[in-house]
Design a protein around this ligand. Structure first.
Ligand SMILES: Nc1ncnc2c1ncn2[C@@H]1O[C@H](COP(=O)(O)OP(=O)(O)OP(=O)(O)O)[C@@H](O)[C@H]1O
Ligand SMILES: [Mg+2]
Length: 258
């Protein structure tokens, strides 16, 4: 798909780590992202919510360039997203991503999963990569599982390994796309707790989730999307107690009262 770069005169926001400006994206005739302007500061936790098909995943995927955009600009730490090659691999490492499906390498151990990117992309030596992997696995509470294969772990454990793997790259920002949606209910909290801790430690995070408890307690800001647009942005208290738009009111009444 062709790419048009539209440069807009937008004053840079102080400490902006991720900045989307005038971002538009189509899938064929479907206009999935419409004039998205979103600036995320260092250390900020932004929760993205909205109905199915509103463009939340696509938004996340454009930030580490798993999807290209048709117009607008995206910068990380003031630099435009690289188009391809080694620069792009480095960008992907700077922008950690955790998906609903854990996407671990099935034929590598948990430890190897967390070491691999450090060695391949960050050029860490094996010993340093292993030390760091073990520390991170401890931090997310799965240190004892290091020598097992992903299939031998519960979903909650696998998702915590996926988080450790992303953290091993020292990302500037972490994107989470419904990280608990595929988990059995009893495993959701162990993953949310790791994310809460990460937020308290100052990680910059973009989190797509239906976990409104997490949004209330961990988010600095809630971004509500509908039909490819950001319809409303507010602090969690303001958003949940006093949503301004009819779309948000309607959405909240459906998810909070079922
Ligand atoms: N690769 C693709 N090709 C064509 N259409 C796509 C593609 N990916 C997503 N879409 C469409 O783009 C729209 C936005 O999808 P997206 O996955 O971003 O929504 P979402 O808000 O994450 O939804 P959900 O809550 O169901 O995960 C949807 O209509 C979807 O069907
Ligand atoms: Mg989605």
């Amino acid at each position: 798909m062709s790419e048009v770069s539209v440069t807009k005169d937008v004053a840079p926001v102080a400490n902006a780590l991720v900045a989307l400006s005038g971002v538009n994206k189509h899938f064929g005739a479907l206009h999935v992202l419409q004039d998205i302007d979103l600036t995320i500061s260092g250390g900020e936790v932004v929760v993205v919510i909205g109905p199915s098909g509103s463009g939340k995943s696509t938004l996340c995927r454009t930030i580490n360039r798993l999807e290209t955009i048709d117009a607008g600009s995206i910068t990380i730490d003031g630099k435009p997203l690289p188009q391809e090659g080694r620069e792009l691999a480095r960008l992907r490492a700077d922008v950690g991503m955790v998906f609903q499906s854990f996407n671990l390498f099935a034929h590598k151990t948990v430890l190897e999963n967390v070491m691999l990117g450090q060695i391949k992309v960050r050029k860490a030596d094996k010993k340093a990569a292993e030390d760091k992997a073990r520390k991170l696995l401890d931090r997310v509470g799965v240190g004892a599982q290091a020598d097992k294969y992903p299939a031998q772990l519960s979903g909650g454990q696998q998702q915590r390994v996926a988080i450790a793997r992303a953290l091993a790259m020292d990302p500037k920002v972490m994107l989470f796309d419904e990280p608990t949606s595929a988990l059995d209910p009893e495993m959701i909290n162990e993953v949310l707790e790791v994310m809460q801790q990460l937020a308290r430690d100052g990680m910059t995070m973009v989190v797509v989730t239906h976990e409104m408890g997490f949004a209330r307690s961990a988010a600095n800001r809630v971004v509500f999307m509908a039909d490819g647009r950001i319809v409303e942005e507010a602090e969690p208290d303001q958003f949940f107690n006093n949503p301004r738009s009819d779309r948000a009111k309607d959405f909240l009444s459906k998810i909070l009262h079922h």
